[in-house]
Design a protein around this ligand. Sequence first.
Ligand code: PLP
Length: 386
Amino acid sequence: MRLAQRMDRLGTETAFDCLCRARALECRMDVVHLEIGEPDFDTPKHIVEAAKQALDQGYTHYGPSAGLPELRAAIAEYAGKLRGLKFRDEQIVVTPGGKPVMSFAIMALVEEGDEVIYPNPGFPIYESMIEYMGGRAVPIHLREERGFRLDAEELASLVTPRTKLIIINSPANPTGGVLTKEDLRLICDVALQNDVWVLSDEIYAEIIYDAKFESIAQFPELYTRLIILDGFSKTFAMTGWRIGYGIMPKGLADKLARIQTNTNSCTATFTQRACLQALQGPHEPVDRMVAEFKRRRDFIVEGLNQVPGVRCQQPAGAFYVFPGVQATGYDCKVLADRLLEEEGVACLAGTCFGKYGDGYLRFSYANSVENIAKALERFKKLLSRR
Ligand code: PLP
């Protein structure tokens, strides 16, 4: 098969592969799923009902590429309130999931050989999409001793005349790290001084525990070169619905809408109508989910720190922990494989999130406390066999 060369540069998200392996193993053993990054809660009932109603009302046709006007307006209002700001409807582009905002923004901004600085360990699709589009992916090392927060001085040292875009993510996948207002101020300064775009992935904005969520959008001087990525997948437990959005300058929003006309045409219209309910209906289901995540975070962090050779920070956001496992003596990939194959605990090696993830594991705690307890026991059992 002769394919385009760029296909050799396309990476993947190993969580999906791991889920497949774990499901295949399930026919012969009990598996605790701590690998996949999605809430284990059902989508709140009122959102599901709104989707059913929308189908009955005939929302089964194409819609505008940028999104239904009523949803763009509701997003501008909701996303603005969350960040203490005002956005305009024309800045919003509704997409099938948050992921397309990433790839479409890179498509629109990055030329062959342009450099893009991205967090590492970080969401693997950043590196994959940068390389695929012909950019040069420049990792910035997120260090455990900084609570996995990006160091702005290090960021400044990575900028060159070819740097086009900086990607940040807070709260972060896979570390749960959260950037402070001061961090964001410094990142903003680096972007302004070097005339670089910023893509701020804020998909976990509402899944935050001890810290206040801070968005880099609070600095208006960045507005002409800022893209915010957010969506419904995590906050409203709607991963399978495939809907998210970007907030950006109107000129770029128009271009992203055009990319959608060329690719997916638009986001499903009945889904968009359901999302109106997500934004305007009761918020308690989200609050309850986040409270439960916090309880599980406390439980898993305490449990992991009791496993010999494992060291785990308490993350302030998202629903992941990223413990260091160097002291177990295992390579992290070997440890993740043995945990799955011998003990039925599915988790990911830190290297699934880039080279600087070496020595770590990622556990998603989107699972019950009972199952997390079971996984911790099995983890101890595996290590005791050594
Ligand atoms: N950004 C980050 C950091 C994520 O972890 C994910 C999903 O895991 C996404 C974006 C994509 O979200 P969506 O499912 O809405 O495409």
